[in-house]
Design a protein. Sequence first.
Length: 91
Amino acid sequence: MSDLAANIVGTAAALCSITSFVPQIVKIWKSRDASAVSLRTYSLTVTCFALWVGYGVLTTAWPIIVANACALVMSAGVLAMKWRFDGRGSG
């Protein structure tokens, strides 16, 4: 595979990972209800992205660092809203 093709696939994967959290964030923010979100799943997801960022730093792999740091921020946002809104939804 050419470098260009690999970069296109990698960029698409990074964008998908980062934006996959947006619908969940919007839903929680609008409803102020995070009761359907699994605390264990998002705790593990945040840990996973933090470890990937650490790996990227240790190997100086900037694409890994940037993509996973962005995904870390997004998933940590969901986790923070879980703690803030859990059980206090309008429903």
